[in-house]
Ligand binder design. Structure first.
Ligand SMILES: C[S@@+](CC[C@H](N)C(=O)[O-])C[C@H]1O[C@@H](n2cnc3c(N)ncnc32)[C@H](O)[C@@H]1O
Length: 388
């Protein structure tokens, strides 16, 4: 299997080279309106924004900044396939303008706009940020009522274009089954509250680089891509930054396209490409190891499993996980200054191929269990019947 990855150094408010309905999933994080580090970018897109900020007119600046983002949301609606999903990571902003402290609710402004242009909102995720900021307490310290609640979370808005995606051909169905995730992963990933992102596997970029570029943790796009797309799909990030989404797409065997307005980021993006094979394979091994530990623990508590994975032979909780295979990365090649190709193994990692007999019920055992579990024909409960 091979995937391709392309970065386009242009403004994503016009993505004319992308055809209508050509993208399967969007995972992105825009510059946050009313957060000072992005003032300049917004002011460069519309000089009225700079003027509003100079005039201390927060609400006007907020609205104009969002009107710049709206152009990108319009484009996303055009390029997404029917059934395709957009995951938008966004935080609200607090800012004091003219001695007036206020919250600027970026998440609700974007959510409302996207629904107005036709997206359906799906349940969103809140994730807990790493907060080690010294100014954790805002406002009047210990004295009521002038102290403010600290923002320690961000949102991942999840929106779909049209109805659920359909998988019609035999190939599509096979690819979907092979892209499934573990039952125990689903229980964590599909919670609307992610508290564990800071504790998860190390990041590809160091903390300083991530801080300067406002990059999200690798685990965030990694999970979203695994949750909402299948292998071979195309993932778009219209606010590419240092490329965390692209690296997560590489790690999950999806293709990707990114738009970035700042060409100065090129070097940082490319500098990490040679490390992506080892980095991804470590994350994949971590998933497999965790699954084996989960299976072992569950086996000790509940006995044999009903299902075995056909590639790894290890036990899995549900029939949906039986074809799951997480492809190991083999190598990454830079095709030109702004594109890459990644190749993958089609075989399961040998180290994790086990034997099913010890942990999984045989067909005879399953039959026997079924027999013992089938309830005897229910006796008619005359007392109850008389009531009706
Ligand atoms: C919050 S950062 C994204 C960080 C990214 N998620 C990562 O992990 O590296 C937003 C990025 O969008 C870029 N940007 C802002 N407006 C843009 C536009 N209209 N078109 C393309 N890129 C834009 C900024 O230069 C910045 O790098």
């Amino acid at each position: 299997m091979i995937t391709t990855h392309k970065i386009i150094f242009q403004d994503s408010s016009n993505m004319r080279v992308l055809s209508d309905e050509s993208i399967d999933l969007v995972v992105t994080s825009p510059p946050y309106p009313m957060i000072e580090m992005w003032d300049q970018i917004f002011a460069g897109q519309n000089e009225e924004i700079g003027r509003a900020l100079k005039n201390n007119d927060g609400p006007t600046a907020f609205e104009l900044m969002h009107q710049e983002l709206d152009k990108v949301w319009d484009e996303l609606y055009r390029v997404l396939k029917v059934g395709g999903i957009a995951c938008i990571n966004i935080g609200d902003a607090t800012r004091t303008i003219n001695s007036r402290f206020a919250l600027y609710t970026n998440h609700s402004r974007i959510h409302t706009y996207m629904q107005n242009i036709g997206f359906s909102a799906l349940p969103a995720i809140l994730w807990r940020k790493q907060t080690n900021a010294p100014n954790k307490f805002m406002g009047s310290g210990m004295m009521p009522p002038g102290a403010y609640v600290t923002l320690e979370h961000e949102y991942i808005l999840i929106l779909r274009k049209g109805n659920k995606k359909e998988f019609k051909t035999i190939d599509e169905k096979k690819q979907r089954r092979e892209s499934s995730f573990f039952w125990e992963e689903r229980n964590v990933w599909f919670s609307d509250l992610w508290m564990d992102l800071k504790g998860t596997s190390q990041n590809l970029f160091d903390t300083k680089t991530r801080g300067r570029s406002a990059a999200y943790p690798f685990e965030l796009p990694y999970r979203l891509i695994a949750m909402f797309s299948i292998k071979g799909d195309t993932i778009l990030d219209p606010f590419f930054g240092i490329g965390t989404t692209m690296y997560a797409a590489m790690a999950t065997a999806r293709n990707s396209i990114g738009y970035e307005i700042d060409p100065n980021l090129r070097e940082q993006i490319i500098s990490k490409s040679s490390g992506i094979v080892d980095f991804s394979n470590k994350r994949i091994e971590e998933r497999l190891k965790k699954h084996l530990a989960f299976a072992d623990d569950r086996f000790k508590k509940k006995g044999k499993f009903k299902h075995a994975n056909v590639h790894y032979l290890f036990p899995v909780m549900t029939r949906q996980e039986t074809d799951l295979i997480i492809n190991e990365l083999l190598d990454v090649n830079q095709m030109d200054s702004d594109s890459f190709k990644v190749s993958y193994s089609d075989n399961p990692q040998e180290k994790y191929v086990g034997s099913r007999d010890e942990y999984v019920l045989s067909d005879a055992e399953k039959k026997d269990m079924k027999k013992r579990r089938t309830p005897k024909k229910q006796k008619k409960n005359h007392a109850q019947l008389q009531l009706f």
